[in-house]
Design a protein around this ligand. Structure first.
Ligand code: GLN
Length: 482
């Protein structure tokens, strides 16, 4: 049968697969057809692994027929092109990694695969996850499904556009400073950034190792909970993955907010914020109050320093992590070098785009002797203060409500030549990564031009149950208005 996937969630798909309403092959084919039809406009995907996905879907159908119980059996997923999926490309949207094929699965992928997920394609992104618009991809410009002249956000812009634009039921992204939450907000889907250490980073191409976290783009909070419970948990291949038990998140969602205390950080409602964004977020806060939450004012006094702190730490770590891309082991090697040093230089000069080079230069500078104390060390101290701000705020409330970004999506090209302006747009998202806490972006409205706006719900470390609970109650109340 022809499967309608436009608004299908993973949870719905699983019910229908289990009820025999459609097969995984039919579902996977429907997603492939949607990609064929829509991707020439959206440009969300970098590659689609049709044959492997259909073969895996057929296996899933057989497993189901013989009683297979996988929690994601036969569900096709899209994956940001920064995570290793065995046998698929993993270019990080960089010329440097063109031609690279992953020899292994990232742990998050292996866990999804063990529950029967089908990996159907790789989504576009800013090169090495550096950016906020997907304009830094070396290969293509993904468009916002709500308005094709606008960016989808970034760096996981392809994943967000695929999910919101009807080309994927759900997708994986990564979030180092907002790269899941911000594109989810710009495109109108749910974006979950789990706590640092909740999901193993093994097999994720590192950008800034102390900030990176894998998460999901979905069409419902319930789906985010489901994917989280499959991917989470300790992994001996990543010593920063934490050995904390994994709750059955999808069974603990709530429908009201009785007894929940929500904080509004005053530093996140600032002058200069887009009025439509402020209005949508304030309306969302009122709705949470109507659902029974007590709303209190809180303060995160070091917020002003967050952008500077993030762009010192993230670039410092990136400059070290990207040293491995030298033409020796991965991807493309420049021709015509006279000796190894020349080969490294030529490969990196030709392989990296401007933003990646800018960050390697900045990061190398802040780590260099003479500047280390002034920049890197100061940033680390400030990071501790930012984390302490959150710890104090969470003594007064269960979760925080904030905008995801000060503006809706930008027009393509609008900020591309002004990196500093672009960095400032990350003001409400980088703090969660610096503090290591969890956050989710849930659609909460749109501007008069139809550009989506997201509500950010931040929770304490390992507080995913709270933010998913608040997000679900909020989302359900909106559906009641449909
Ligand atoms: N926009 C931020 C940056 O450019 C965040 C990126 C990310 O989370 N990967 O660094």
């Amino acid at each position: 049968m022809a499967v309608a996937i436009e608004n299908l969630t993973v949870t719905d798909a699983l019910e229908k697969l289990n009820a025999g309403i459609f097969t995984s092959v039919e579902l996977t084919q429907a997603v492939i057809d949607a990609i064929r039809e829509k991707d020439p406009d959206l440009c969300a995907y970098l590659s689609v692994d049709t044959d492997q996905a259909l073969a895996r879907a057929a296996e899933a159908d057989q497993e189901r027929a013989s009683g297979g119980q996988g929690r994601l059996l036969g569900v096709p997923l899209a994956v940001k092109d920064v995570l290793n999926v065995k046998g698929q490309p993993c270019t990080c949207a960089s010329r440097l990694l063109r031609g690279y094929t992953s020899p292994y699965d990232a742990t998050a992928i292996a866990r999804l695969r063990a529950e029967g997920a089908v990996f159907l394609g790789r989504t576009n992104m800013d090169e090495f996850a550096m950016g906020s618009t997907t304009e830094n991809s070396a290969f293509k410009q993904t468009r916002n499904p709500a308005a094709l002249d606008y960016v989808p956000g970034g760096s996981s812009g392809g994943s967000a556009a695929a999910v919101a634009g009807g080309e994927a039921l759900a997708a994986l992204g990564t979030d180092t400073g907002g790269s899941i939450r911000q594109p989810a907000s710009f495109c109108g889907c749910v974006g979950l950034k789990p706590t640092y250490g909740r999901i193993s980073r093994y097999g994720l191409t590192a950008f800034a190792s102390s900030l990176d976290q894998i998460g999901s783009m979905t069409r419902s909070v319930r789906d985010a909970a489901l994917l989280l419970e499959v991917m989470s948990g300790h992994d001996r291949m990543d010593s920063t993955s934490v050995d904390v038990s994994v709750p059955a998140y999808s069974e603990k969602l709530r429908d009201d907010l009785q007894g929940v205390r929500l904080g509004l950080p005053k530093e996140y409602f600032i002058e200069g914020m887009d009025p439509a964004v402020e209005q949508a977020v304030r309306a969302a806060v009122a709705r949470c109050r109507d659902l029974g939450a007590e709303v209190v004012d809180v303060s995160l006094p070091h917020t002003d320093y967050a952008i500077a702190t993030y762009y010192i730490i993230a670039t410092a770590e990136a400059s070290a992590n990207l040293a491995r891309f030298d033409g020796v082991r991965y991807g493309t090697r420049a021709e015509g070098a006279t000796d190894p040093i020349d080969m490294y230089g030529k490969t990196r000069a030709a392989g990296f785009g401007d933003e990646v080079k800018r960050r390697i230069i900045l990061g190398t500078y802040v780590l260099s002797s003479g500047y280390y104390d002034a920049y890197y060390l100061s940033a680390q101290k400030m990071r501790t203060l930012i984390r302490a701000d959150f710890e104090k705020a969470f003594e007064e409330c269960d979760a925080l409500l904030t905008p995801v970004a000060p503006t809706p999506a930008y027009r393509i090209g609008e900020k591309a030549t002004d990196p500093l302006q672009m960095y400032l747009g990350d003001v409400f998202t980088v703090t969660a990564n610096l503090a290591g806490i969890c956050g989710i972006s849930v659609p909460c409205g749109a501007t008069s031009d139809g550009l989506p706006v997201g509500l950010q719900i931040l929770g304490p470390a390992f507080g995913e149950e709270s933010i998913l609970g608040v997000g679900h109650a909020f989302e359900q109340s909106l559906h009641g208005d449909d």
